[in-house]
Design a protein around this ligand. Structure first.
Ligand SMILES: Cc1cc2nc3c(=O)[nH]c(=O)nc-3n(C[C@H](O)[C@H](O)[C@H](O)COP(=O)(O)O)c2cc1C
Ligand code: SF4
Ligand code: SF4
Length: 375
């Protein structure tokens, strides 16, 4: 069994994620005490949302006056520090969901709290008071303002997440790409009614950590998100201990049995571009050819890249398989006698095979998405 903390081969803000389940913020609700009550089954928590400058604090006061639950402290930064301190040593990665109307407020908080937390920009809140001061959902429509916030935090070496609702920006792919270019490391996406096709669209656009959110309270739905490009799922309204425990147990079992908890579906079954790791040689008419065209990779480069990537690895062998190497072989969920006999002869478990395919996929993604342009 894998060392618990590295089990999912997923790191955020320099730390291993214990389980790919996050708590999504709910203003006035999600704080350290709420997180501690669920600590056994979450890897990440996004505390807040917290309003952190005069404009957003005033918006929060107006929202509270209308009956919404809000965190309103006399000393917002002191309150944030106490929240973060209360979660120290729990092994949970802490994020702060922040509503700001300009980069200055974010920087003030960040310089005071430091790099131990993820800074999540709330580009999600749709309350009119928040939108009126240029915070929350207003940022999904004003990408220059959003860029400026992301860039301000990332240029201080901080880990930045952007939380947004799908379908608000003119084009979610443009929003995603601009966040990446400005230095964000995480996109936390409320999928609304768009479902897994949206997570796949964004997976095929940026190489960032993706958190899928909205109504993900069953393992089927969690797997749907993970197999189309999400790295984690998050829960807000449905984050009761029973649901979290069920998802945690199921995904941990899947990882331990199969070796790649968020392996993509095969490309011809609707998989995202990570699934090129399972694709054949480009010899027939199938979704591989248009996908290579879309990512502007020539067939020759695709062949050479996979050959280079598996050179002197377990995937190089496989003379009895369709294309003479496991580099071109399918997922273990697709039954195949030739692949399985090859694995048996090599003494390679299916789990190790999937882990090797994961490394191959990372290498392919590294070529499709070279290091982000420095802004
Ligand atoms: C009462 C309440 C307060 C919320 N406050 C915030 C917030 O402050 N910041 C934020 O980014 N999202 C906020 N959200 C949105 C949730 O994080 C989440 O995106 C949404 O509820 C959909 O996920 P779910 O189906 O798991 O609840 C809030 C949601 C609720 C229900
Ligand atoms: S190359 Fe093979 S796995 Fe990939 S899309 Fe075509 S048939 Fe499917
Ligand atoms: S040998 Fe089996 S697993 Fe490998 S490419 Fe052929 S059908 Fe797929």
């Amino acid at each position: 069994m894998a060392v618990q903390d590295e089990r999912f081969s997923l790191r955020i803000n320099g730390s291993a994620v214990r389980t790919p389940i996050a708590l999504a913020s709910m203003a006035g609700v999600v704080d350290a005490a709420y997180t501690l009550a669920r600590a056994a089954h979450v890897g990440v928590t996004f505390l807040g949302g917290f309003s952190i400058d005069e404009q957003t604090l005033e918006a929060s006061r107006q929202m509270a006056a209308k009956g919404r639950s809000e965190f309103l402290a006399d000393d917002p930064i002191g309150a944030l520090r106490r929240e973060v301190d209360a979660l120290e040593g729990t092994g949970i990665i802490v994020g702060l969901n922040l509503r700001a109307s300009s980069p200055d407020g974010l920087l003030r908080v960040a310089r005071s709290i430091g790099p131990s937390v993820v800074y999540e920009i709330d580009a999600h809140c749709r309350q009119p008071e928040m939108i009126a001061v240029g915070a929350g959902e207003a940022l999904a429509r004003d990408l220059e303002a959003l860029d400026a916030m992301v860039a301000a935090l990332s240029s201080e070496g901080l880990c930045v997440s952007v939380k947004f609702r799908a379908g608000v920006a003119e084009d979610d792919r443009v929003l995603a790409r601009r966040c990446w270019e400005a230095g964000a490391e995480i996109l936390h996406i409320d999928l609304m009614d768009f479902g897994y096709p949206k997570i796949r669209e964004i997976r095929n656009t940026v190489p960032l950590v993706l958190i899928a959110n909205n109504g993900i309270t069953s393992f089927d739905r969690m797997r749907e998100m993970l197999s189309h490009g999400a790295d984690l799922v998050s829960l807000a309204r449905g984050a009761d201990q029973r649901t979290l425990a069920g998802l945690d147990a199921a995904i941990t079992r899947l990882e331990d049995e199969q070796g790649w908890y968020n392996s993509p579906k095969q490309l011809c079954r609707g998989g995202d571009i990570r699934s090129l790791a399972f694709c054949c040689m480009p010899v027939k008419s199938c979704p591989l050819i248009p996908t290579l065209e879309k990512i502007r990779m020539s067939r020759d480069r695709y062949i050479a890249l996979k050959q280079e990537a598996v050179h002197e690895t377990a995937l190089e062998g496989g003379a009895q398989t369709c294309f003479g190497s496991l580099a071109w072989c399918c997922k273990t969920s697709s039954p195949c006698m030739f692949r399985d006999i090859t694995l048996q002869q090599m003494g390679l478990s299916k789990r190790e095979y999937m882990q090797a395919k994961h490394r191959l996929s990372d290498r392919i993604m590294g070529e499709v998405f070279p290091p982000r342009p420095v802004s």
